[in-house]
Design a protein around this ligand. Structure first.
Ligand code: PLP
Length: 443
């Protein structure tokens, strides 16, 4: 028993594929994104799971069976992927922070990257194959992917990032020496990195080496991102905020609303999948920065696919002009549309939310999380207040320049970042040229 996947551009589902094919292809041959033909319901007893890894095991088994690896191996892989805490911290005014930044690179990208890396590696081991993963990154994704794949036996990673266009801390996280990971600083922009990666992945000579991608549209990253929404719903149910779509109406407490700091809309899409699988979720706020095409589309202010150029903001992991997962949300149709509202916020609103949260709740939040908190205020100015969970997508210590602007003198140290200060780095520079990257890979 295992879910089938179809391309977002194959609405009739005429050529569904299994998980393995969707995972290694990344993008469907027709250029669409893979999504489930049918979203499986939640397993019985999911709310009885004693820990996050136990919940992950229950839910991912419902989706994937044993993924062809045998039950015990699949289960131990899942437990290894999610071996860090996922706390739900209460704030004032019926708000909670779901802390997704306790993984090794201190951002939620660790959930998707660690699961995808382990499952790819295990499937490759069984097939006796090896793969080189080529990833273009502008920040959090690259370090999560590098960390997720580091030291695995059947994969190695080539990371491309735009030289001089990531923060000093991000650069350290990208270039720290990891077994099986090579990092290239490209003399160009993020768009150059992405173009070079795409072009080598389509090159026949390079393809013979065995290459794949690990970008944010991979279904292997999306599936595990549903889990923390379910985890929050389960924890809140324990506090009297109800969580099952089937509970009798009369004694229902309000179901939780989620505020999701959004860029490429991967996190939001995963949440929508969790809701469509039957978890009782009121809805989602897509919290954007100035790159707010999606909220404007939601409110009918734009109707075409004319995506604007990306604008640089203080919440840089959300600086996405053309969100690629929009295509998935759209393919889920009206049931997804009904769940989602959204709004864009300025950098000054972001700084104000960081300062306010420090003052009123005694907590430091990263600029992305701050946009999510700001969105709760906006939502409550237009609708009745309901219990709301804000996804804390990264740790404040990853963004010391921004956070200390809002909270002068804040302590932004983090034990997870200390070892980086003395770590050996291993970056190389490369021209913004596909031929140069091809040569590097072939050597
Ligand atoms: C990637 C990222 C986001 C945006 O998530 P999407 O899935 O691209 O919408 C938000 N915050 C942080 C810290 C991120 O790294």
């Amino acid at each position: 028993m295992s879910t089938l996947f179809r391309s977002t551009r194959d609405l009739q589902g005429t050529s569904p594929v299994g998980f393995r094919e969707a995972l290694f292809r990344g993008l469907a041959p027709d250029g669409g994104l893979y999504q489930p033909v049918l979203i499986p319901g939640l397993p019985e007893q999911w709310q009885a799971a004693a820990s996050f890894p136990d919940l992950a095991e229950l839910v991912l088994t419902t989706w994937l069976g044993d993924a062809g690896l045998g039950h015990d191996r699949f289960v131990s892989l899942v437990h290894d992927a999610f071996s860090f805490p996922v706390p739900l911290t209460a704030l004032s005014d019926d708000r909670w922070l779901l802390e997704l930044h306790h993984g090794p690179t201190l951002a939620f990208k660790d959930f998707g990257a660690r699961f995808m890396a382990r499952i790819m590696d295990a499937l490759l081991a069984d097939a006796g194959e090896k793969l080189t993963i080529v990833v273009a990154t502008s920040g959090d994704t690259g370090s999560a992917v590098a960390d997720g794949f580091a030291g695995l036996r059947n994969t190695d990673v080539v990371l491309l990032y735009p030289q001089g266009r990531v923060s000093p801390l991000q650069e350290l996280q990208l270039t720290v020496r990891r077994p099986g990971v090579r990092t290239l600083a490209v003399a160009g922009t993020f768009d150059d990195c992405q173009r070079m990666a795409k072009e080598v992945l389509a090159d026949d000579e390079v393809r013979k080496l065995g290459v794949s991608s690990a970008n944010s549209i991979n279904i292997g990253r999306l599936l595990p991102q549903q889990l923390y929404y379910l985890w929050a719903v389960k924890l809140l149910a324990g506090q009297g905020v109800t969580a099952l779509a089937t509970e009798p109406k009369a004694d229902r407490q309000p179901a939780p609303l989620f505020s999701v700091p959004s860029g490429n809309l991967g996190n939001l899409t995963a949440g929508v999948m969790a809701a469509l699988s039957g978890a009782r979720i009121q809805g989602f706020i897509a919290a954007h920065n100035a790159n707010d095409w999606f909220p404007r589309w939601l409110s009918g202010q734009v109707t075409d696919r004319d995506f604007p150029a990306t604008v640089q903001t203080l919440s840089n992991a959300m600086d996405v002009g053309a969100p690629s997962n929009f295509e998935r949300l759209e393919a889920f149709g009206e049931p997804a549309r009904r769940l989602v509202s959204g709004q864009g916020f300025t950098d000054s609103a972001t700084l104000a939310a960081i300062a306010r949260t420090a003052q009123e709740d005694g907590l430091l939040v990263c600029p992305h999380t701050a946009v999510g908190l700001q969105a709760v205020n906006w939502h409550r100015s237009t609708s009745e207040a309901v219990p709301t969970v804000v996804l804390a997508t990264a740790h404040a210590a990853k963004f010391p320049e921004v956070v200390s602007r809002a909270v002068p003198g804040a302590d932004l140290s983090h034990p997870g970042l200390e070892p980086l200060k003395n770590a050996e780095t291993a970056g190389q520079s490369i021209a913004a040229d596909t031929a140069a990257l091809k040569q590097f890979l072939l050597d």
